[in-house]
Design a protein around this ligand. Structure first.
Ligand code: SAM
Length: 246
């Protein structure tokens, strides 16, 4: 028998994600959790043809295969401390959904809410995505309930989604949110409640309170802090050049 050797493969980007998430911090750890976070998947040339998605409208959900492009240059780690275990225990990379993997490929099952095409563009409208804006997409497949939904499946160390924490707004922050909602038609308040409710902070900050955090959504920075048993949104900053938080 010949000795197995490692093979290398090249993939073509077939599309790009447009989403409200301008930074990793705040993005839910899986799709389906923040339902107010809609996104779009734009097919790129030469894949921007309606032919390639013929029949997809009959599926309520699709698998999006993508590249963890923002972290891929950081390499990978054999073991990970999953946030679901409070960051205290290490698990093997192949037992987790970590972004830092030997091949930086992610997969998310998302709702297919609609399809738009015209003027050379083909766009899939998605619901509740966990994807950074500009994420490169390498494949799309229909979600098949008979094969992909396994009611008796075991969830290992991540059995159930976390319960949502309460989110409150300062008077100033709520006013700014309402103005933003009126101007853009975006459901910002619900989006913030869902994002902060699942506590996006790294596990080691679990007990820390009154520390200022910023979460970049579209062209704004949501400023917030933990108050122990709830999160308080203190302000909304308008910022065209949002940077990664320290
Ligand atoms: N559902 C996918 C999976 O299981 O492969 C992704 C799970 S991963 C734990 C989700 C996290 O990936 C998000 O919370 C966000 O921080 C990060 N993320 C999303 N898009 C990314 C991108 N393009 N590059 C790097 N990290 C990304």
């Amino acid at each position: 028998m010949s000795k197995p050797t490692l093979a290398q493969f090249q993939f073509q980007q077939v599309g790009v994600i447009h989403s409200c998430y301008r930074q990793k911090f705040g993005i839910p750890r899986q799709p389906g959790i923040v339902t107010a976070a809609e996104a779009e998947l734009e097919l790129l040339p030469p894949y921007n043809q309606e032919n390639l998605i013929r029949g997809i409208e009959g599926f309520s959900h699709i698998w999006v295969h993508f590249i963890f492009h923002q972290t891929m240059n950081e390499g990978w780690r054999p073991t990970i401390r999953p946030p679901r275990l409070g960051g205290k225990q290490r698990m093997g990379v192949f037992a987790t959904r970590s972004t830092h993997r030997p091949n930086p490929i992610g997969m998310s099952v998302v709702e297919l809410k609609g399809i738009r095409s015209g003027n050379g563009k083909v766009i899939l409208e998605l619901g509740a995505a966990d994807l950074l804006d500009s994420t490169p997409v390498i494949d799309i497949k229909p979600y098949l309930p008979y094969a992909d939904a396994i009611p008796k499946a075991m969830g290992g160390f991540a059995p159930l989604p976390v319960t949502l924490a309460e989110v409150k707004f300062s008077e100033q922050a709520r006013k700014k949110c309402e103005t933003y909602q009126q101007r853009t038609g975006r459901q910002l308040i619900t989006l913030i409640e869902q994002i902060l409710g699942q506590d996006p902070r790294p596990a080691y900050l679990g007990e820390t309170t009154h520390r200022r955090h910023g979460t970049a959504l579209w062209d704004i920075n949501v400023v917030w802090e933990s108050r122990g048993d709830y999160f308080l949104v203190t302000d909304l900053e308008y910022n065209k050049d949002i940077k990664e938080p320290e």
